[in-house]
Write a protein that binds this ligand. Structure first.
Ligand code: ATP
Ligand code: MG
Length: 565
């Protein structure tokens, strides 16, 4: 036992059970996704908790597909879930299971419950079952089929399995209590008829067990000790326990924790699927999606996600976490690991008039000030450079300390330059800035001790590589995208400006060999990673997350004069 994990109430239960030897010293958890979509950041919380507990206490954690629902499941989802759970650090060794592997056993257990008089075949339609169920304030009514004989039930259930009846015509129900305060205990459906092909069992079955009749028994078969799930299953726990008790099988403990909700984000596979199907995003791995494959493509690291999950904790009440907190952990991790480079996203040409024509100097640049082993690289400097359009103002507002007519700034790893004039196009837009440099300031300091107020990044024009850069903003415009005006759905809250594509961005030449997935800090701009759309000579970058921008804050607050261009 290596008690190093973040403290939370689930972990406290595990520690207590180890103390009392409740499960003979075992800790065995599972992560049970339904393969009806791609995993999202909410699932990461569950993965982190389940695999984290197993790792911390020398236990095991299984990956189990909850694939009881034949119509929706697809192999693509199974494969993506395996890939994403592994990427997040999940290690299930050889314990990859499918609830569908237990269909024979579940059928035998259903027959056992019928034999005990604890389950019956019901001929009510789905609508009728709902009507008979009653409400939170009124008890339900018993089905007219509730008191069929055991023999008749066994015969009918067998014939349900044999395919004699059409979809929806009959169900198998547990015989519990139609007056229970808990609606889940009012004779819940155990099996329904569905003549549908299953991704693993093909057409072997035309009856499928419900989630509640599957989940606890699957936990039991696998010897799970702590069956950790989200709070909406709290009301299902009595049923979970009932099935296991009635079957007299090994009894795992279900424990519920709070679902992750994030501001400006929707965490529901069903809604995310809608975005994909309607082409509102580029796919499940669109970097704006909160899916694991989306945020991976965006450049998030598994470490950042784990640190985030550990810091948000686990509790018994649902709440909402700020998206900016997730971004904080991404920045925090990339700050340690990402190589610094210079890139100019919206280029403005700068001509250093007194710099010798044709001369190129190699300037030494630090790869990562946070990592002394990361070393340095050479960045070429020449007479024509690009700087960021935003870093020059012809008529600088107060508090704007970057390049402006007559003003001197430092070029990072380069020289001081002073602006002497501009060239404008017919529309009056500045297209070129002329400067002079001070050769004595090489490396960034003036021997006479004079100071400049600003250091800006740059790229040498002759050596620059062109790239496409994709900037992302929140996918939704409001904190709770699920909240909509009447008659509108969540897609009304989509942010029309969530993607901005910049072409002909200028990168320093060291990025020529940037590999897919490579993560960098573009100095002063943010963290960026190489998108799989890249091809040789045609790099595409995603902005993972921006650096905090103090200037943007000043301008936003209306204290900076002009709005940014
Ligand atoms: P969705 O509504 O997105 O489809 P789900 O709960 O139906 O979510 P499952 O595939 O059934 O998705 O979930 C697998 C596991 O992940 C379950 O144990 C579930 O409780 C957990 N989980 C799903 N969403 C979240 C979330 N937002 N926060 C924490 N855990 C989650
Ligand atoms: Mg589900």
């Amino acid at each position: 036992m290596n008690p190093t994990g973040p403290s939370n109430f689930v972990r406290d239960i595990v520690i207590e059970d180890l103390k009392t030897n409740k499960y003979g010293g075992r800790v065995h958890t599972r992560f049970p996704p339904e393969p009806n979509g791609y995993l999202h950041i909410g699932h990461a919380k569950s993965i982190n908790l389940n695999f984290g507990l197993a790792a911390e206490f020398g236990g095991k954690c299984n990956l189990r597909f909850d694939d009881t629902n034949p119509s929706k499941e697809e192999t693509e989802y199974v494969e993506s879930i395996i890939r994403d759970a592994r990427w997040l650090g999940g290690n299930w060794e050889d314990r990859l299971f499918y609830a569908s592997d237990y269909f024979d056993q579940l059928y035998a257990w259903a027959v056992q419950l019928i034999g005990k008089g604890k389950a019956y075949v019901c001929d009510l339609t789905a609508d009728q079952v709902r009507e008979y169920r009653g409400t939170l304030t009124e008890p339900g009514n018993e089905s007219p089929w509730r008191n069929r004989s055991i023999e008749e039930n066994l015969d009918l259930f067998e014939r349900m399995r044999a395919g004699e009846f059409p979809d929806g015509s009959r169900t198998l129900r547990a015989k519990i209590d139609m007056a229970s305060k808990n609606l889940n205990m009012r004779d819940p459906v155990m099996y329904r008829i569905l003549h549908a092909e299953h991704h693993r069992t093909g057409d072997k079955w035309c009856i499928y067990p419900m989630y509640d009749f599957t989940h606890g028994q699957s936990d039991s078969i696998e010897g799970i000790t702590h069956s950790v799930c989200t709070l909406e299953f709290e009301d299902h726990r009595p049923l979970y326990d009932w099935y296991i008790e009635e079957l007299g099988i090994y009894h795992p403990q279900q424990i519920e924790f709070d679902r992750l909700n994030l501001t400006y984000t929707l965490l529901s596979k069903r809604k995310l699927l809608l975005l994909v199907q309607n082409g509102l995003v580029r796919g499940w791995d669109d970097p704006r999606m909160p899916t694991i494959s989306g945020i991976r493509r965006r450049g998030y690291t598994p470490e950042a996600i784990r640190n985030f999950c550990n810091s948000i904790g686990v509790s018994k009440t649902n709440g909402s976490i700020e998206l900016s907190m997730l971004e904080h952990f991404v920045r925090d991790d990339l700050n340690k690991s990402a190589a610094r480079v210079m890139a100019v996203l919206r280029p403005l040409r700068v001509v250093v008039d007194n710099y010798p024509q044709g001369q190129v100097e190699q300037m030494e640049a630090v790869n990562n000030p946070e990592d002394s082993n990361a070393g340095t690289r050479q960045v070429p400097f020449s007479r024509v450079l690009y700087i960021e359009r935003d870093d020059f103002r012809e008529d600088p507002p107060k508090q704007f300390f970057r390049l402006a007519p007559g003003r001197e700034v430092r070029l990072r790893y380069g020289y001081f330059i002073r602006s002497t004039g501009v060239v404008k196009d017919q529309q009056g837009e500045v297209v070129e800035v002329h400067c002079t440099y001070d050769p004595a300031t090489r490396g960034g300091n003036a021997p006479d001790g004079r100071k400049v107020k600003s250091t800006i990044h740059w790229v040498s024009a002759t050596d620059a590589m062109d790239a496409e850069v994709r900037l992302y903003d929140n996918l939704f415009t409001c904190e709770d995208p699920g909240q909509t005006e009447e008659g509108r759905d969540f897609t009304a809250n989509l942010n029309p400006a969530s993607l901005e594509v910049l072409t002909h961005c200028k990168l320093e030449p060291s990025l020529a060999n940037a590999a897919e997935g490579g993560r960098y800090q573009f100095e002063r701009l943010g963290y960026f990673c190489v998108d799989p759309d890249s091809a040789p000579g045609k790099l595409v970058f995603n902005r993972t997350v921006a650096l905090r921008d103090a200037w943007a804050k000043i301008e936003k607050a209306g204290r900076g004069g002009h709005p940014p261009k």
